[in-house]
Every structure is written in structure tokens, then in C-alpha cells.
Design a protein around this ligand. Structure first.
Ligand code: ACO
Length: 315
């Protein structure tokens, strides 16, 4: 069984920062409410940047960090709820912009906030089956396009951004042992698509999603740990989907995970859906908080309702 390890990371967020203060001039809210309920201070939102711009820059940074040539990439998956166009897929335009080889699978994958984990697992399977060495996985969202800016229940939560990783596949590497699941539901979180009469905005039953997360994140963590026959103490770093700081706080408290073993950047970016986990990975690597040999347990959950976890090592 071939496995993958993370060789390079990169990220790109739009320049425009939208503070809680600025938002409170548009909807009835306050910095105090947003910060105390979610841990979010600000988010980045696209003004001139496109989804494609974010993908390209994050991917280029990851390839540079990996120290490989774009011609070595063997798979390209963009996890997203939607790029600039439905067709071509964002991954196809990445192939063109980066000059990736023609004979590799390039496609988008939508599993909402669990998208990055689903894409990482898919990449491991594809590389294992094809004999190619490197895979590019990008998580990218421009949620500012689908947020209802008049709905204070949701507009304060989300942000735009992209994170990317280059993974290396080798016979002797252990599998990331991904755990993925879904409990089909369109009542807690939804974004209607073309062809539906509902407005094309994210709607969410926040308290229900919160309860779902608090139930599924620990369950998912425990399944990953048992699959890898290891304990919380064996893990070097915990990377949680950044949806609400309070969800992360509850989980780290439950498992007594020390502060130096987890990370929160939700204050700066808000919830960036499928970009949130690779944004954390990129910052951790850049800051030297993870190095070669570090093992990180990743856990995500999101619309669908979906969840996923994996244990991944850095090269
Ligand atoms: N500013 C001020 N008041 C607000 C705001 C706001 N921005 N938003 C809601 N409120 C009000 C509501 O109107 C409600 O008022 P009411 O009681 O008078 O009706 C009250 O605040 C709601 O309070 P709570 O329910 O106590 O809020 P809670 O502490 O549950 O926080 C939140 C709400 C932040 C949405 C929380 O439930 C949460 O984070 N849920 C999880 C969200 C999540 O993770 N979503 C992403 C899923 S992943 C994906 O795929 C996108």
C-alpha cells in the first residue's frame, strides 16, 4: 500500500480585509458579539481577485515550497463549492495556468468544508493507482459571492481564501488512513444551485451545525486514532477545520490537548470552508511549528452534512 506525505504548502488570501467593525455598519451586529461567539476578528474578501487567481497563487507557492517542477505533478484536485465557472473546472484552469502535464486527472471536488480532506484521500488513491509521484491539492473558496450580506446569522462567519499542498507518494510511506462520512441533510446548511427557485445564498441553522460539529469532531478523531493504532499523545499537531473557535476549544479541552499542539487562525480569516485546513497547514509549516517527521491529525466537518479526518506526516 502506497501512502502520501506533505512536501510543500502554500496559500493566498485576497488583499481586502473586512473587520467586524466594518461589518457592524452593514448589519445589526458588533465586534463584541462576533468575537465572543466565534473567535472571528476579520475576514479577507475578494474585490479584484478571482477564484482562479487565489488557486494559482496558492498552488504556485506550494510547488515552490515543495522544490519540484510543475511538470512532475501527477494529479490536480481543487476542493471547492464552486469556482469562477462550473465548466471548465477550476482544476482544469490550474492545469493550463501552471503548465501541468496533460495526462493527469484534473477535477474539482465539492464536499463543502470537508472538501480538502476528501481531496487528500482521493489524491492518495489516484497516485497509488497511477504510479505518479506528486499530487497537487488546493482548497479554495470565494464565499463572499454566496453570502447574503443582509443576514447577520451567516455573513459574519465566512471569508475567502485558498490553501494548497503538494504531496509525495511512495511505496514505503504509510497511508494517511482517511476517515470520511456523510449524513445527508439539507436542513442544517444549504446553498441552492442554479435551477432552484430559492435565493442562491448560504443558509444555516447555526446551533444545529454547532451540535453536529461537537458530536462528529471527537468521533472522527477517535476513528482516525484507532485506525492508526495510536493515541492523542502520539500526535504532534491537531489541525481542526476553522468554523468556530468555541468548537475547537471544546474539543481540545475534552482531550486535554496542550496549546502548543493546535492552532487557530479563524480570528484572521473566518470560516473559509475547504481552504481552512490547508491555510492552517501552510502557516504551521512557514512558522516552523511542524517540520519533517511531524504527524498532524486533520479533522473537518461541513455542509452535506459531511465529516472527515486523516493522519498526515510532513516530509
Ligand atoms: N450579531 C448579533 N446577533 C446575532 C448575530 C450577529 N452576527 N447572528 C445571530 N445573532 C442573534 C440571533 O438573531 C439570535 O437572536 P435571538 O435569540 O434574539 O433570536 C442569537 O444571536 C443567537 O444566539 P445563539 O444561538 O446563542 O448563538 P450561538 O452562540 O449559537 O452562535 C453561531 C451562533 C456562531 C452561528 C454558532 O451557532 C456556530 O458557530 N455554529 C456553527 C457554524 C458552523 O460551523 N458553520 C459552518 C459549517 S461548515 C460549512 O460547510 C460551511
Amino acid at each position: 500500500m502506497k501512502g502520501i506525505k506533505i512536501r510543500g504548502t502554500g496559500r493566498c488570501v485576497p488583499q481586502k480585509v473586512l473587520s467586524n467593525e466594518e461589518l457592524s455598519r452593514c448589519v445589526e451586529t458588533s465586534d463584541e458579539w462576533i468575537l465572543s461567539r466565534t473567535g472571528i476578528r476579520q475576514r479577507h474578501v475578494c474585490t479584484t481577485e478571482s477564484h482562479r487567481d487565489l488557486c494559482v497563487q496558492a498552488a504556485q507557492a506550494a510547488i515552490l515550497d515543495a522544490g519540484i517542477d510543475a511538470s512532475g505533478i501527477g494529479t490536480c484536485i481543487v476542493a471547492t463549492i464552486g469556482g469562477d465557472t462550473l465548466v471548465p473546472a477550476a482544476a482544469c484552469m490550474l492545469q493550463k495556468e501552471l503548465g501541468l502535464p496533460n495526462d493527469i486527472p484534473c477535477f474539482d471536488l465539492n464536499a463543502a468544508c470537508t472538501g480538502f480532506l476528501s481531496a487528500l484521500h482521493t489524491t492518495e488513491c489516484l497516485l497509488g493507482a497511477s504510479g505518479k509521484k506528486y499530487g497537487l491539492v488546493v482548497g479554495c473558496e470565494v464565499l463572499s459571492r454566496v453570502v447574503d450580506w443582509e443576514d447577520r446569522n451567516t455573513c459574519v462567519l465566512f471569508g475567502d481564501g485558498a490553501g494548497a499542498v503538494v504531496v509525495e507518494c511512495r511505496e514505503e510511506f504509510p497511508s494517511i488512513g482517511a476517515v470520511l462520512g456523510c449524513r445527508g441533510d439539507d436542513t442544517l446548511l444549504s446553498l441552492p444551485g442554479a435551477g432552484t427557485k430559492s435565493p442562491q445564498h448560504i443558509s444555516m441553522e447555526g446551533a444545529g451545525v454547532f451540535r453536529f460539529a461537537v458530536e462528529m469532531v471527537p468521533r472522527c478523531m477517535e476513528r482516525v486514532l484507532s485506525k492508526h493504532r495510536c493515541t492523542v499523545e502520539d500526535v504532534d499537531f491537531f489541525v481542526f477545520h476553522q468554523a468556530n473557535a468555541r468548537i475547537i476549544d471544546l474539543v481540545v479541552h475534552k482531550y486535554r490537548i496542550p496549546q502548543e499542539k493546535y492552532y487557530k487562525n479563524i480570528g484572521e480569516y473566518g470560516n473559509t470552508s475547504s481552504a481552512s485546513i490547508p491555510l492552517v497547514l501552510s502557516e504551521l509549516k512557514e512558522k516552523g511549528m511542524v517540520t519533517g517527521g511531524s504527524r498532524a491529525l486533520l479533522v473537518g466537518f461541513g455542509g452535506g452534512m459531511t465529516w472527515g479526518g486523516a493522519l498526515v506526516e510532513f516530509l
